[in-house]
Design a protein around this ligand. Structure first.
Ligand SMILES: [Zn+2]
Length: 148
């Protein structure tokens, strides 16, 4: 998909593709969901850390999810721009997405196909990989769309 939720040229902070989040962001550039997973208890972690939050193990790895499906856990429609560059982008929808293939993990993103009105909690979503090729950085953001 070539369209972006936010307008081009917005001076937005680019994700850091180093450190504990490196595998997540590199996965995004390959259009896959890649999350940290404990190699001892097999628990997924959405925000990467140095130890497993479930069992305390230091043996953590990064694994690709089998698919890019999600489920709408919560949402909020943004009506007021928090930055002058967003004045023409509102309203837009911020979604909190549960991942059935990674229980306990929820990701935040924008909904690219907002139908307007209330959104059904539990609706099926699919990741949309939004590639950005800015002069100073190239990165991919993970957004979401309602599946029909
Ligand atoms: Zn563990």
């Amino acid at each position: 998909m070539n369209a972006t939720v936010l307008p081009p040229g917005l001076p937005r902070p680019a994700p850091s593709v180093e450190g504990l989040g490196q595998a997540f962001w590199e996965g995004a550039t390959r259009h896959v969901l890649c999350l940290q997973r404990c190699q001892d208890c097999r628990t997924w972690q959405g925000a990467p850390e140095l130890i497993c939050r479930h069992c305390g193990s230091y043996r953590l790895g990064d694994e690709e999810l089998a698919d890019t499906r999600g489920v709408l856990y919560s949402w909020q429609r943004v009506w007021y721009p928090v930055h002058p560059a967003l004045k023409d982008a509102v309203p837009y929808v911020v979604v909190l997405v549960a991942l059935p293939q990674a229980p306990g993990v929820r990701l935040v993103g924008n909904l690219v196909n907002d139908p307007g009105g209330p959104l059904p909690i539990g609706a099926a979503l699919e990741a949309v990989f939004e590639d950005h090729h800015n002069a100073d950085a190239e990165y991919t953001l993970i957004q979401w769309r309602l599946m029909s």
